[in-house]
Write a protein that binds this ligand. Sequence first.
Ligand SMILES: C[S@@+](CC[C@H](N)C(=O)[O-])C[C@H]1O[C@@H](n2cnc3c(N)ncnc32)[C@H](O)[C@@H]1O
Length: 279
Amino acid sequence: MKCLNIAIGLSIFLISGCAFKNYGDEEFKLQIASHGKDVMWVPTKIEMTHEMFVMAKIRQDDLIYDLGSGDGVIPIEAAKKYGVQAVGIEYNPDLVALANRNAERAKVKNLVTFKEGDIFKEDFSQATVLTLYLGDSLNMKLKPQILKMKSGTRVLSNTFQMESWIPDEKTKISSGEMAYLWIVPEHIDGNWQFSNIPNIEKALIKIVQKKQFFEGAIYEKNLHKISFEIGRIRGDLVEFEYTDKSSKYIFRGKVLGSEIIGTLNNDPNLKVVGRRMPS
Ligand SMILES: C[S@@+](CC[C@H](N)C(=O)[O-])C[C@H]1O[C@@H](n2cnc3c(N)ncnc32)[C@H](O)[C@@H]1O
């Protein structure tokens, strides 16, 4: 991990030639790649913060958490641009104090909070948007906890990915750095009883979920009828398609508690309701 982080510092040094520039303010000066607990300090570029906010489709009622918030650039930019509440968790008390002064200077002190703490101990489960600039291995360590967050939580990472969790979106900023977005999926793995599936009486749909993707099969009275592969979950939105007697059907719906409610082929006359079956 440390090697990876040295790589971040080095690449920024090569790109901008400013690794030895002083950052911070009169009270606390620091340089890029200053030591941090699990990862060193390197700030996210302003352009990257804006790109990540666009990908997250920030709304005013969002609550943003930046894990390892450094000088506070992400929470402060979010509060300035969207008037949203934002929280930063940072281990280094000098960076927490600097971020608070930066928020004061940006006149967003009423919207942002910087907490001194360890990202592996602090609670960030209330976040609707989570931002990360940490490294592949720290992202991986956080992944199980992130996957348990509320469905629909948007997770953004500057540069680093989450191995087997394929991003829902990615984009490149002008300096060549990548921004990644994941949307925490609802958990729909298991058996569902669906009503109103054309030509299938008492449809049982067995779903095997792999993060935001799933495959499944439709059974009629316990007899296997159709398998499908292309299932996708975006937060609480569910989509899958199947072919029956050479007719193609696309289901689009929403998870509402123990039900999935939607339509086939966007046809209001083909309203379909799935109910979770006890496991
Ligand atoms: C690469 S910097 C990113 C700073 C900021 N999020 C940004 O994008 O500009 C990583 C930050 O994580 C902090 N950090 C490292 N390990 C931490 C931990 N276990 N808990 C909280 N903060 C940590 C470092 O001090 C550093 O400020």
